[in-house]
Write a protein that binds this ligand. Structure first.
Ligand SMILES: [Zn+2]
Length: 253
């Protein structure tokens, strides 16, 4: 333990974060590859058919948040009341992000334990989030649509999940190109733009395979990684990697 950082979040909670990288989770050595597709409807779909949902706010909490936001809009700038409302909003949001972080830890450990190779789409989430915003001179294209997608991705903790997978399963996370993963049939391999009946449903018009669209994509991701891995004869062993201290490894709140 070489360093730590003390921070105070917007909910007024103090955190002491120690820069300690957890030991990698040992691979099960079954040779099994899992594909993980980031979903919008669900948070993550696995090639095994499992759907993993990040817990968000409960309906009662969402209603409370909406009430607080209305209160905030009515409160006079600089008033005590406004400061109190703001603090209450921050507490609700902190609860949501705590739940998401907890989910990321559990899911990443579970996947690292169960599978030798974990395949994800190479989405460059950070770049996507930045490009959506654009600038005053050059506003981002499709800002509205992308902002919606970004929110969903961020809410699902996708970036955090991939990062933690790489911490816990170093050298066993394979990033594959996202091209066609949602259009390709995971049973026969044909690319069919119109096979996606809806956001949730994939039906191949060539071989008749039908299933959840996110699971179909996850199966394609697993296949792509399987090829990549067999081409280089098994997952490579990770060498030493330089890491930045991370504030959310251990939170004492
Ligand atoms: Zn097919």
């Amino acid at each position: 333990m070489k360093s730590y950082r003390v921070t105070r979040d917007r909910a007024g909670r103090w955190h002491v974060a120690f820069a300690a990288i957890p030991d990698p989770v040992p691979a099960p050595a079954t040779g099994e590859v899992v594909g993980v597709d980031r979903g919008v409807a669900v948070s993550a779909a696995l090639s095994t058919g499992e759907m993993l949902n990040a817990p968000g706010l409960r309906d009662t909490e969402k209603a409370r948040l909406r009430r607080l936001l209305r209160k905030l809009a009515r409160a006079t700038r600089g008033s005590n009341r406004r400061a109190k409302v703001k603090a209450a909003i921050a507490r609700v949001k902190a609860r949501e992000s705590d739940r998401c972080k907890d989910w990321v830890e559990k899911v990443s450990t579970g996947l690292a334990r169960r599978f030798d190779v974990i395949a994800v789409e190479d989405l460059k989430i950070g770049a996507m989030a930045r490009s959506a915003r654009g600038t005053v001179e050059a506003p981002g294209r499709n800002v509205r649509a992308k902002a919606g997608l970004n929110r969903s991705i961020l809410a699902a903790g996708w970036g955090g999940l991939v990062r933690r997978l790489e911490d816990k399963a170093p050298g066993r996370v394979v990033r594959v190109s996202p091209a066609y993963t949602s259009q390709r049939c995971s049973a026969c391999g044909i690319v069919d733009r119109e096979a996606r009946e809806s956001q949730a449903r994939y039906r191949c018009r060539s071989c008749g395979y039908a299933g959840n669209a996110d699971v179909n994509a996850a199966r394609n991701i697993a296949h792509a990684a399987g090829h990549a891995v067999s081409a280089r004869e098994g997952p490579r062993v990770a060498g030493p990697v330089h890491r930045e201290p991370q504030r959310d490894l251990l939170l004492v709140g």
